[in-house]
Write a protein that binds this ligand. Sequence first.
Ligand SMILES: NC(=O)c1ccc[n+]([C@@H]2O[C@H](COP(=O)([O-])OP(=O)(O)OC[C@H]3O[C@@H](n4cnc5c(N)ncnc54)[C@H](OP(=O)(O)O)[C@@H]3O)[C@@H](O)[C@H]2O)c1
Length: 313
Amino acid sequence: MAESDHLRYTRIALNNGSGAIPALGFGTLIPDPIATRTATRAALEAGFRVIDTAERYRTEREVGEAMQEVFGGGKIKREDVFVITKLWNTNHRPERVKPAFEASLRKLQLGYVDLYLIHTPFAFQPGDEQDPRDANGNVIYDKGVKLLDTWKALEGLVDEGRCKAIGLSDIGLVQVKEVFDAARIKPAVVHVESHPYLPQWDLLDYCRKNGVVLQAFAALGHSSRPNLLEDPVITAIARRVNKTPAQVLLAWAIQRGTALLTTSKTPNRIKENFDVSTLPQDAMREISEGIKSQVRFNAVVETGVPGFIPKET
Ligand SMILES: NC(=O)c1ccc[n+]([C@@H]2O[C@H](COP(=O)([O-])OP(=O)(O)OC[C@H]3O[C@@H](n4cnc5c(N)ncnc54)[C@H](OP(=O)(O)O)[C@@H]3O)[C@@H](O)[C@H]2O)c1
């Protein structure tokens, strides 16, 4: 099964008619700006056609520069790439949404994005401080805005043709349903942590039934402990099918019907991660049914505070 097939080119249709999202995506939550730029370029050159960034990652500028370099080379065009960015928690007030979105577009050097996500359902005190804290170090939340009001402001961006689709991130099923039921423009994508230690089957089931794409981040477990890449079920399958553990995890995510994001600063790993092939059904079953560990690596969904972004000193 080491032969290449078409799994890497899987695309999933979006429910708003704006096209399809490639399943295999590249994320740019990389703290070092030079590494972000190099990795983004390498990912596009390796074949990735989804680039995920966020206002909060502070990587939009480097991602924009890397994309301009690649587009300038002439082989890959803007419309070939599905670009995602996210509205940060401090910009949930409806009047702050458009200025935040436009600042993201400027940094990305783009006229539109393919998908704009509300980064988390938690509104923080509005302002320029991305991590507002009180004297005791507690996050200052903003009780003056509801998620649905922020969502309506995102709908306005779609109406203006500035983003092709909108979605939610770091959110649970109950809140997804609330937004979905009330929305004029339905969420096209729900972006959450997911991998065999956190398969989120209920959310995936709801998304499937309602035509929403579930996009899994930390698809390789974010190099955290316990290390998914060393899980005995994964390593045994990797040996059997002559692929690496990372390739097994990425194939599993695509074949069970999710889109995914993976990240690497390392050129060889970026190529490896694009070189996925279809797993046999028995391997799919072993992963879905045989792995019993339950681990959430990122607690952002509980507080809105990002778990993987290093704290500024
Ligand atoms: N909405 C949110 O709150 C949220 C939260 C987290 C992430 N995300 C998005 O999802 C993206 C992916 O998340 P993630 O960074 O957790 O992804 P991940 O792919 O699970 O983890 C990345 C880590 O895996 C390592 N790695 C990558 N490929 C490997 C391979 N083939 N073999 C061994 N190790 C490998 C990388 O190391 P090296 O870099 O050293 O190669 C890096 O440390 C992020 O960049 C971001 O865009 C969103």
